[in-house]
Structures are given as C-alpha cells and as structure tokens.
Ligand binder design. Structure first.
Ligand code: ITT
Length: 192
C-alpha cells in the first residue's frame, strides 16, 4: 500500500519508513509537489491533523503526518509546538539548541528535565482521520553531542540511557522515541 508522508522534514522520513515497516511504499509530500501548509493550530494534535488532511485532500491518497517537538520543563514546555520555528528560516538547529541553553541560563535553572512529543495523524482524502500522541522523557545536556538523528537530538538523553539521541544508534532511538510510542498507539488505533 502507498502512503503519503505529509512532511517536508528530511530527518523524519527515515524514521517514518523504519517505524511503518516494509509493508508500505512511502512517498513524501514534497515529491508530490504538495506545499507545506501553515501550522495554525495550537496543539501537536491539531497541527498533525491539519497537515495530514492537507496532504490527503491534495493528493487523493492516504496521508500520515507527524507534528512533534521538544518541551523543556523549566521553560514551561517551550519550545513545544514552536520547536521548528526556534530554528529560524535557515532551520539552524545549532542556533535553536543554543537558544534553549541560553534561556535556561537566563532564568538560572539547573533543571534539565525535558520531553519530546509526537502527534501522528492519518487522514483519508476528504474523509476521516485518526490521531494519537507519544512522548519520551529525558534530560538535556550541553554542549550538543553526536551527529545522528536531526533537530534537537544532540542535546537530549532519553531516560535509561547515558548517550544523546544524536549519539545512539538509530535503531535504539526507533525502539523508544516519542515517534515510536505514537506509532505503537497508531497501530492499535487502526486495528481496533
Ligand atoms: P513538517 O511539518 O514538514 O513535518 P517540521 O520540521 O516543520 O516538518 P514540526 O512542525 O513537527 O515539523 O516541527 C518539529 C520540530 O521538533 C522539528 O523540526 C525538530 O526540530 C523537533 N523534533 C521533532 N522530533 C524530533 C526528534 O525526533 N529529534 C529531534 N528533534 C525533533
């Protein structure tokens, strides 16, 4: 079966392919010339639904979207749904990770607790949609470590590990990440 990955983030695509398994042919919204919609909702779930519906309606095919982000406890959950926007128009995540560190320094907090959230939505063209959310907790570390993964991976150490997502084998990330946990829920929701 073919499924449209409603994302323009190249970092997400290999994870979506790995987590979906070999049963699906994954084509990206970018490869179908589907433009990025404005993420106008105020929650991960809302933005995931918006992106999945947009790609499903424009492609006429089943679409899967991920809306995700890093939340920092001491920053009241920021950057959260604004995680991509903190990197600016150049998508500079070295800058975004420094910004997280600077904000923590500004408030003088040594609380390093953080979590990633992924909302996954599947939408059928002009039809229904299903949405679920997964989360992984961990601790932040500075400076960034490792060059695997994408986004904020080099500053995030998942619970139970001593290496960042930027250092861990991608298979380890895919076994416990926010996205992996959301996929487990998605599979359960689609089977029920
Ligand atoms: P699409 O909307 O096209 O999918 P995007 O990058 O704009 O791409 P989001 O709006 O969901 O996607 O933003 C999520 C941001 O949160 C993403 O750019 C990363 O910086 C960060 N993020 C999400 N999941 C992550 C992960 O597994 N590892 C590191 N950073 C992650």
């Amino acid at each position: 079966m073919r499924i449209v990955a409603a994302t323009h983030n190249p970092g997400k695509v290999p994870e979506i392919r790995a987590l979906l398994g070999g049963h699906y042919e994954v084509v990206t919204a970018g490869s179908l010339d589907i433009p990025e919609p404005d993420e106008t909702e105020t929650t991960f779930v809302g933005n995931a639904l918006l992106k999945a519906r947009h790609s499903a309606d424009l492609s006429g095919e089943v679409a899967l979207a991920d809306d995700s982000g890093l939340s920092v406890a001491a920053l009241d959950g920021a950057p959260g749904i604004y995680s991509a926007r903190w990197a600016g128009p150049d998508k500079d995540f070295a800058f975004a990770m420094r910004k997280v560190e600077e904000r923590l320094e500004e408030i003088g907090s040594d609380d390093r607790r953080a979590w990633f959230t992924s909302a996954l939505a599947v939408a059928w063209p002009n039809g229904p949609a299903v949405v679920v959310e997964g989360r992984v907790d961990g601790l932040l570390t500075f400076p960034p470590r490792g060059d695997r993964g994408f986004g904020y991976d080099p500053i995030f150490i998942p619970e139970g590990h001593s290496q960042t997502f930027g250092e861990l084998d991608p298979a380890v990330k895919d076994s416990l990440s926010h996205r992996a946990r959301a996929f487990e829920k998605l599979k359960a929701a689609l089977i029920d």
